[in-house]
Design a binder for this molecule. Structure first.
Ligand code: ADP
Length: 397
């Protein structure tokens, strides 16, 4: 079975075409700078060298046309062989606790959630609508970043705010990165030789965005991102948790507008705010060269992760494994060491050698007697979307 996964952003479309029998990627690519004077299409067909083409790509219609043309001219799959298209959708609100076969009602619901995800859902919808226009005879499935966190109990997802804000405006914690947390949780359970519903995990997705999830018997019961992806851990450019009264203070003292504060917290805070850089590799280079702000950013980043690990241990009671994933979680051994240092009271002990070079795509980095396992697992959000799309398709026939 062949499944195409699409991740449409406002000026880019990322895609991967999977052969599901062996979960291999037949074609993967990224169409960028949609709407700019010159667009770029980078792609790679299995077994061949990566290719880059430049052409004017005025909108998503042209981007998807270029993709479907490539699929057909490269003969990567035969006519009528595409079983399904899986679309990444950032916000599923309370409606979508799992993936959904796309019809007009699903489109309308995703549309109604735009106020909750004004940057992402409109772009995701553009991809869906255009893909339906061009490939309307292929079933299409929406897979939501929020869905895995649909199992959060009310005392974890509610904010201590007036009830009406929840009931009338949907003000609550939703959580994000769900496909990644779900995927690595399944991999961790496999690695531990248990069913997903038998394991308690703390999964740490540390990439440009970062979030941590407490998983009990395979279900997400708390997660660090909230109503938006701004809450929780310190990130590349996002502040994570702050005192909400800061908004009033910034407005009163600096006369910053709401838009300026929003921009400050999303784009100019986190690591970038503290040391001027958001790429973790560069921050390490700066720290190694003696930059005190880079050192502070690293210390803050690790400290905040450690606080969440402690909190989620308390929430879960028993933790089978702590799982690191995402670009930073998978690659930054220094950070993993820092996050786990001094946690022997929680049964966590890292083996320095194993931590330096964990097995790929799933490696254990704890010492042999460590009661809590510590795993480094490569995330694969596109594959998880394809798997969920496949499951949805099989359920619908
Ligand atoms: P996204 O959230 O956009 O998918 P990624 O998961 O790819 O991002 O993570 C990007 C982050 O991973 C960047 O901060 C990058 O510096 C960091 N990263 C990638 N490789 C390494 C490495 N070897 N050591 C430390 N950080 C790394």
């Amino acid at each position: 079975m062949k499944i195409l996964v699409l991740n449409a952003g406002s000026s880019s479309v990322k895609y991967s075409l999977f052969e599901m029998s062996n979960q291999s990627i037949l074609l993967t690519g990224l169409i960028e700078r949609i709407g700019e004077s010159l667009g770029v299409h980078r792609y790679r067909l299995a077994g061949l060298e990566p290719q880059t083409t430049e052409e004017v790509i005025p909108d998503h219609q042209h981007a998807l046309r270029a993709l479907f043309r490539l699929i057909s001219t490269s003969a990567v799959i035969g006519d009528g062989e595409l079983a399904c298209i899986g679309h990444r959708v950032v916000h599923g609100g309370e409606f979508f606790r799992e993936q959904a076969l796309i019809d007009q009602q699903v489109i309308d619901r995703i549309d109604s959630l735009i106020p909750l995800a004004p940057l992402h859902n409109p772009a995701n919808l553009l991809g869906i609508k255009e893909s339906l226009r061009q490939m309307g005879d292929v079933p299409q499935v929406a897979v939501f970043d929020t869905a895995f966190h649909g199992s959060l109990p009310d005392y974890a997802y509610r904010y201590a705010l007036p009830n009406a804000l929840y009931h009338d405006q949907g003000v609550r914690r939703y959580g994000f990165h769900g496909t990644s947390h779900h995927y690595v949780a399944k991999q961790a359970a496999d690695f531990l030789g248990k069913g997903l519903n038998e394991v308690n995990l703390i999964t740490l997705h540390l990439g440009n965005g970062a979030s941590v999830t407490a998983i009990e018997n395979g279900l997400s019961i708390d997660t660090s991102m909230g109503m938006t992806p701004l809450e929780g851990l310190m990130m590349g450019t996002r502040s994570g948790d702050i005192d909400p009264a800061l908004h009033f203070y910034l407005h009163r003292t600096l006369n910053l507008s709401l838009e300026e504060i929003e921009n400050l917290l999303n784009k100019n805070s986190g690591c970038k705010g503290v040391c001027g850089e958001n790429d973790m590799r560069t921050i390490h280079q700066m720290a190694d060269a003696g930059d005190v702000n880079a050192r502070l950013a690293l210390a803050m980043y690790a400290y905040r992760i450690k606080k969440y690990i402690g909190a989620y241990f308390a929430v879960l009671g028993r933790v089978d494994a702590l799982v690191f994933t995402g670009g930073i979680g998978e690659n930054d051994h220094w950070l993993r060491q820092q996050c786990c240092a001094g946690l022997s009271a929680l049964g966590i002990a890292i083996d320095a050698e194993k931590n330096r070079a964990p097995a790929r795509p799933c490696g254990a980095i704890h010492t042999d007697p460590s009661p809590t396992k510590v795993l480094v697992i490569k995330t694969h959000e596109e594959l998880e979307i394809a798997l969920q799309a496949q499951a949805c398709l099989e359920k619908s026939v």
